[in-house]
Design a protein around this ligand. Structure first.
Ligand SMILES: Cc1cc2nc3c(=O)[nH]c(=O)nc-3n(C[C@H](O)[C@H](O)[C@H](O)COP(=O)(O)OP(=O)(O)OC[C@H]3O[C@@H](n4cnc5c(N)ncnc54)[C@H](O)[C@@H]3O)c2cc1C
Length: 577
């Protein structure tokens, strides 16, 4: 069974829950966006994903990418599908019209990439970095570089990579050793070896533009000495650059995406941005990529859920003790009727639906941060994106793997064998917890680098904003309000304890991130509840996952809160002993 996008569900979240069109209309570039355009776009994107991308997923996994004579050959059908993706203008969806893009809101691109990842994670890795590379070049590239590369990247005609990792430098990019030597003509000679580079070499596009983190000769040690270079596979004069793939990795999943060891042998490149400011330039790309990976998590979980839900509606075993409302024609012996299976399915649905509210809201805030006329509103949006993005990356990718594994359980032994394809989702999803900054690094980024940097004031402002939104829409959900207040109090407690014990934030970061994720989800579900009631929803489509969220997921909030509080109390006791 291939993944099937469901535009109606997405429309409900965008329109009934998030009021997306009026929000977007308040931004000058999107004043003309209306519900009709949105509907047409979602329908066409859904059709393209279902008909062109999803059918190649199984072959991508089973045949995978091949490395032959220094070249990488994509799985059957990938090259044509990617060409159709480019021809359809899909890579350029949210790029600016002056760069050849369609100038549409980021949230439409977010939906598209969620669906693409759900349908075919391996193939979607190829264009996954395009938008980040485009933004990075647009904001930090020289006019000459922009003139030569920007439109090709915006259109997807040339694909891009992000070359950060080296054998000894993974999470700690300050250890990067790749060298860049300035030349008299203003170019650089780039030398070093990068590992784990997604799409470092392939036959999907005629050229590949590598963005390489490197060090100039006079660079200070550590992260403050990193620069960013653009190194194309083919140089503007048509000669082959000295950027070569040494091998591709054999890996657990994601066989449709080549993970390359890349050797730069004094390859020709050009500086992007200022010397030693490479990380700042790269962060533009990494932030976009982190939301993108969060969307991969949601998509993969939805793919797993679709398979498990369909299977549970057909598989008959012993009669359920108290059959739930049965689908038409179903008997009480369907496993979908068993409470244990319903719990698995409904809790994953709770993550996906609530997760969509948060991910799409973040994509809207990205545009607000760029285009809103009021500087204070732009700053608020920026704060939301900075604080919420690491939470979504870590929480959704964690759930993608663990939730997909739960969905595999729905198949019993049939899930463990290849036939139904659910085991592929589990294998593919695992890496999302690792790349784009491991989930442990996301938690530290959230608590140690962001929340505590201003004593919790920024997060508190976000939480107060959420409270006010609930108040304004008269969604008097006292339980959510209480939890928002509890998180604010917890943040103050951690900030005070961290003054005496500087290690504490690193110890509690993962639990703290879960607390934030669950309170955000609780807020999202409060919004969904109201929207479903206003839409006159009387079925179980929204109420069943809402109930599962409150019964099976939300109690984790209290547990994690208790764990962080306990660590703070221990730290205080140790300080006074
Ligand atoms: C399939 C795949 C595709 C990839 N694609 C790319 C790509 O396109 N470009 C690219 O540059 N890289 C890519 N990567 C590399 C990926 O980003 C790194 O693997 C990741 O950043 C982790 O680095 P590492 O593997 O060296 O692990 P390490 O950094 O060695 O980490 C090992 C463990 O220690 C933990 N850890 C490390 N430091 C800390 C800390 N300070 N606090 C708490 N815990 C810590 C980590 O969370 C992890 O659990 C890819 C990797 C894979 C597997």
């Amino acid at each position: 069974m291939n993944y099937q996008p469901c535009p109606d569900d997405v429309r409900f979240v965008l329109n009934a829950v998030l009021d997306a069109t009026p929000r977007l209309n308040s931004l000058t570039p999107f004043a003309e966006v209306d519900d009709a355009l949105q509907a047409q776009l979602l329908d066409e994107a859904g059709k393209f994903v279902a008909e062109v991308i999803a059918p190649l997923n199984r072959g991508g996994d089973e045949i995978g990418c091949r490395f032959v004579d220094g070249k990488v050959i994509a799985p059957p059908g990938f090259r044509d599908a990617y060409q159709a993706f480019v021809d359809g203008g899909w890579p350029a969806l949210s790029a600016a019209p002056e760069d050849g893009g369609q100038g549409l809101p980021a949230v439409f691109e977010a939906v598209l990439f969620e669906w693409l990842s759900a349908a075919n994670h391996g193939l979607t890795m190829a264009p996954g970095l395009l938008h980040g590379a485009y933004e990075c070049l647009k904001h930090h590239g020289s006019d000459e570089l922009k003139q030569h590369y920007l439109a090709k990247i915006a259109s997807g005609e040339w694909l891009a990579t992000m070359c950060l990792t080296e054998a000894h430098a993974g999470s700690d990019l300050g250890q990067v050793r790749t060298r860049a030597a300035p030349q008299a003509d203003g170019s650089l000679r780039v030398a070093g070896t990068k590992i784990f580079i997604s799409g470092g070499e392939h036959d999907l596009s005629d050229n590949i533009v590598h963005l390489v983190l490197c060090r100039l000769p006079d660079a200070p040690a550590g992260p403050k000495g990193l620069s960013l270079a653009l190194v194309p596979k083919w140089l503007p004069d048509g000669t082959r650059n000295a950027a070569h793939c040494e091998r591709i990795e054999e890996k657990m999943g994601l066989h449709g995406s080549p993970t390359c060891v890349m050797r730069f042998d004094d390859a020709t490149g050009w500086l992007i941005g200022e010397p030693h400011r490479g990380l700042a330039a790269m962060f533009v790309m990494m932030n976009a990529a982190r939301l993108h990976v969060a969307l991969q998590g949601l998509g993969l979980l939805d793919a797993a859920w679709q398979k498990a839900d369909a299977y549970a509606r057909e598989r008959r075993q012993m009669r359920a003790p108290k059959p739930a409302a049965a689908p038409p024609g179903a008997g009480p012996d369907l496993i979908a009727q068993h409470p244990a299976i319903r719990r698995i399915l409904d809790t994953q649905r709770a993550w996906i639906d609530g997760g969509r509210v948060l991910a799409y809201r973040t994509a809207i805030e990205l545009d607000v941060a760029k285009h809103h006329p009021d500087a204070a509103r732009r700053a608020r949006a920026q704060r939301w994106c900075g604080l919420v993005t690491p939470v979504l990356k870590a929480a959704f990718t964690h759930q993608a793997f663990h939730g997909a594994s739960e969905c595999l359980q729905v198949f019993g032994g049939h899930g463990y064998v290849r036939e139904w394809g659910i085991e592929q989702v589990v294998r593919d999803a695992r890496v999302t917890m690792i790349y784009e900054g491991t989930n442990e690094i996301q938690a530290i980024d959230l608590l140690a680098r962001k929340v505590l940097a201003d004593g919790g004031a920024g997060l508190s402002a976000v939480l107060i904003g959420l409270r006010d939104e609930l108040d304004a829409s008269r969604e008097t959900d006292a339980d959510v309000q209480r939890r928002l207040a509890q998180l604010r109090y917890l943040t103050t407690t951690v900030a005070m304890a961290a003054q005496a014990d500087t290690v504490l934030p690193y110890e509690v970061a993962d639990d703290y991130l879960r607390v934030v994720a669950l309170v955000l989800l609780a807020w999202a579900w409060a919004r969904i509840d109201v929207a479903a009631a206003q839409a006159g929803d009387t079925g179980t489509r929204w109420s069943a996952p809402a109930a599962a969220f409150r019964r099976h997921l939300l109690p984790e909030f209290d547990m994690r809160l208790g764990m962080v509080k306990r660590a703070c109390e221990d730290a205080a006791r140790a300080g006074t002993a």
